[in-house]
Design a protein around this ligand. Sequence first.
Ligand SMILES: CC(C)(COP(=O)(O)OP(=O)(O)OC[C@H]1O[C@@H](n2cnc3c(N)ncnc32)[C@H](O)[C@@H]1OP(=O)(O)O)[C@@H](O)C(=O)NCCC(=O)NCCS
Length: 175
Amino acid sequence: MEKRKARLRDGREVTLRLLEPNDKEQLLGMFTRFSQDALMWSNPPYDEEKISRWMGGAETGLSIVAVFDNNLVGIAAIHEYTRPRKKGTGGMVIYIHQDFLGVGLGTTMTKNLLSIAEKKGLHRIGLWVIEDNKAAVGLYRKLGFKIEGLLQDAYFGTDGKYHNMLVMGIVFPEN
Ligand SMILES: CC(C)(COP(=O)(O)OP(=O)(O)OC[C@H]1O[C@@H](n2cnc3c(N)ncnc32)[C@H](O)[C@@H]1OP(=O)(O)O)[C@@H](O)C(=O)NCCC(=O)NCCS
């Protein structure tokens, strides 16, 4: 993907580009600045080990970031599975910093990422999302992901309760 500008609904402009190998410190920094609320339905910790794994996305060209004022404010990434029986399939994650929620950044990043994945020939992108994460479920549905299944009480929330997890996926039949 070429570096590109994206105008958000509140008028701010962010730059979208591929994740680069020297983004690791910035990415770690972004997660330390996330509020508890923004990470309410996620799967912490976002520590050095996890971020190091994600940096593999800088090699595959399937991770994109949003930059505002020289700071990373969002990441959307697909991990392509490498085993032969999982050929052409991958899993997706997306995280937007709380100062940029609800203004279209998630939509723009996901659209761009799906388009990269389709062009690279991926056949299926899957993900797991907590049923109560309304913003995420709404975003994925809007962009064509289907709910494929439900895992009962598979997630223990910060509210001390169990929550259902949805399995969602999108298929590019031509690939
Ligand atoms: C999920 C997430 C990526 C959405 O990003 P975003 O930039 O806020 O989303 P957008 O502004 O592009 O909105 C996309 C769609 O999401 C839905 N949505 C967004 N906020 C919503 C909310 N508070 N309630 C219900 N639906 C909502 C809507 O369908 C919206 O489409 P619309 O604007 O056309 O109505 C973002 O909330 C996030 O990063 N959350 C924290 C991390 C996380 O939970 N990631 C998902 C893990 S599976």
